[in-house]
Design a protein around this ligand. Structure first.
Ligand SMILES: CC(C)(COP(=O)(O)OP(=O)(O)OC[C@H]1O[C@@H](n2cnc3c(N)ncnc32)[C@H](O)[C@@H]1OP(=O)(O)O)[C@@H](O)C(=O)NCCC(=O)NCCS
Length: 216
């Protein structure tokens, strides 16, 4: 069987809000879901959209990494460091992460996608774009032509990137943020919700407002 086969069961890591959106997409895609894992004990034994929360990460001990695919269900409201660490830790143990492309998203067929990419409902990804591993293009976000999204970056719901925008590894573009054409967002930077970015952003910068300026 192809190691990334769509017939393999998926296990979602995390059982919060972002995981709920992913499970909704996985159900509509008809993917077999084994369940969810979550560090929060109060969630163990509960159901999320009809899928069981089986326990914590310890459930992965003794599991053959080739027998299933993982889905990174951790969301982020700021820098996506926890998502990145989870992806790297479990990849190092031999697990693979499935990409989840919601059937209600538009992704141009030429778009280059690495492992574990997530594109949620209503998102638009136009020709010439590339999506790095473990990145999120969240609900109704829009990437116009030739944008590149670095590994682990999160383009939050409704963010709009004009053409030829480059987003560095591990950055967060907040809900409803706008980046005008051709700008570069450095690695590990944070753009607040609703900001309008009109200049290049240096690595590690935090910006907010219209036009976006350094956050105090
Ligand atoms: C930028 C952000 C991370 C700051 O969060 P925080 O560190 O908790 O900051 P606070 O809420 O304490 O606010 C600090 C200051 O920044 C201002 N501020 C916060 N968010 C802002 C925003 N989006 N735009 C403009 N100013 C903002 C606050 O008004 C406050 O100003 P003050 O000190 O003059 O009162 C957060 O507000 C944000 O925009 N997060 C992105 C949310 C998102 O994308 N969610 C996606 C979910 S899928």
């Amino acid at each position: 069987m192809n190691p990334n086969s769509k017939d393999k069961p998926v296990l979602v890591i995390g059982a919060g809000g972002h995981a709920k959106v992913l499970v909704g997409a996985l159900l509509r895609l008809g993917r077999p879901i084994r369940g969810l894992l979550d560090a929060e004990r109060s969630r163990h034994g509960t159901m999320l959209l009809g899928q069981p929360v089986l326990g914590g990460d310890e459930q992965l001990e003794g599991v053959d990494p080739g027998s299933l695919l993982l889905v990174n269900g951790l969301g982020s409201v700021g820098l996506p460091i926890a998502r990145q660490r989870l992806f790297e830790r479990l990849t190092a143990k031999g697990f693979r992460f499935a990409s989840v492309i919601d059937p209600a998203a538009f992704v141009s067929p030429d778009v280059a996608m690495a492992a574990g990419v997530q594109v949620m409902a209503g998102a638009v990804v136009q020709p010439g774009c590339s999506l790095g591993e473990n990145c999120i293009v969240n609900s109704r976000a829009s990437l116009d032509h030739d944008c590149s999204i670095g590994a682990h970056a999160h383009v939050a719901p409704g963010a709009v990137l004009s053409g030829e925008v480059r987003v560095g590894e591990g950055s967060h573009l907040g809900t409803g943020a706008v980046v005008i054409q051709g700008r570069s967002i450095g690695a590990g930077s944070l753009v607040a919700a609703g900001a309008v970015v009109v200049r290049d952003v240096a690595a590690g910068e935090k910006l907010a407002g219209v036009p976006a300026r350094p956050l105090k």
